[in-house]
Design a protein around this ligand. Structure first.
Ligand SMILES: [Zn+2]
Length: 318
């Protein structure tokens, strides 16, 4: 075999390996932009909030409540009509490109709030205040480098397409945006999400008092305030699991309020039966305590987390 031919064979093998890794989800393809999410009546979550803010920026006076109801549907239909699109009241591949607005540092308004809301799915914990300041700018460049986009700090079509329809919630990285790390992604390194817990399946994340705590999955929050958990939350998840967060310093969400993955529940602390500032995370599914570790690692890695009922009930204990 000649040298040239050998090189060519290796190049083919390397290409096949790269293709395999991409198809297995082991490495992210930098070139393939994800599809636009399809949103319609009944949809909820951060992408809906982003769409609502974008509709507001086009002059439709609707609430950005993350809930795709009749008012949102009417606004979408009116927007589609104004653009000459097919009018179906749903936001898909034709409507998104017209709806997004390019924003960059110094801009303000609802389109900026839309970008902030979408960025928070990836763990940036930005105030959704519609002011594109330096905090939002550094979140954008960090997101762009993570996705292999040119890190210019401008939220244009490519960045929008990567922001919408995927990504983990508040904590960052997650298969489809429906799960979030419970703390900002940069608060702790990956190892911490794999740490065993004492006595029973759970996870302790040692973060200083005042760290934002995020809902891992959408559901209904209930405040906890007792000697054991201290200030905390129970979130009855839409995935059938119950998520507990303990030892916080402050409640930020009322009992009975709906939360999305990445919604800030409050701030971490050292209340209840706790020997130092940390957040205790517990997941109950199918009547058993589950190890949060495999779910947290998947969210951290940006892959699709296992269903709560598939999480192990042992093996995460010291
Ligand atoms: Zn604990």
């Amino acid at each position: 075999m000649s040298g040239t031919r050998r090189k060519r064979v290796w190049a083919v093998i390397a290409t096949v390996c790269a293709t395999l890794l991409v198809s297995l989800g082991l490495v992210q393809s930098a070139t393939a932009a994800p599809g636009w999410p399809a949103l319609s009546r009944g949809s909820g979550g951060a992408d809906v909030a982003a769409a609502q803010y974008l509709l507001r920026s086009h002059g439709y006076d609707i609430a950005a409540d993350s809930d795709f109801g009749p008012a949102t549907e009417n606004a979408v239909s009116a927007f589609q009509q104004s653009k000459g699109y097919g009018v179906d009241g749903m936001i898909g591949g034709e409507t998104w490109p017209g709806l997004i607005v390019t924003v960059s540092q110094g801009d303000s308004g609802d389109a900026v709030a839309a970008a902030q809301s979408a960025l928070n799915k990836f763990g940036y914990g930005l105030a959704v205040d519609g002011e594109f300041g330096s905090g939002t700018a550094s979140a954008v460049t960090s997101f762009q480098s993570d996705k292999g986009l040119s890190a210019d700090g401008i939220v244009g079509p490519d960045t929008w397409q990567n922001l919408l329809g995927q990504g983990g919630g508040g904590g960052g990285g997650g298969g489809d945006g429906s799960y979030s790390l419970p703390i900002p992604r940069d608060a702790l390194s990956r190892d911490y999400y794999d740490s065993p817990h004492h006595d029973y399946p759970a996870l302790d994340l040692p973060v200083g008092t005042g760290t934002p705590i995020y809902a891992v999955h959408s559901g209904v929050a209930s405040q906890i305030d007792n000697d054991r958990c201290g200030i905390g939350y129970e979130v009855d998840g839409d995935d059938g699991a119950i998520y507990y967060f303990c030892h916080m310093s402050e409640h930020g969400v009322g009992s009975g309020e709906r939360v999305d993955a990445g919604t800030q529940l409050g701030l971490s602390g050292n209340t209840g039966n706790s020997t130092g500032p940390h957040v205790h995370v517990e997941i109950e599914a199918g009547g058993a305590n589950r190890c949060p570790q495999p779910m947290m690692l998947a969210i951290y890695d940006g892959s699709t987390p296992p269903a709560p009922g598939d999480l192990p009930t042992g093996g995460c204990i010291e």
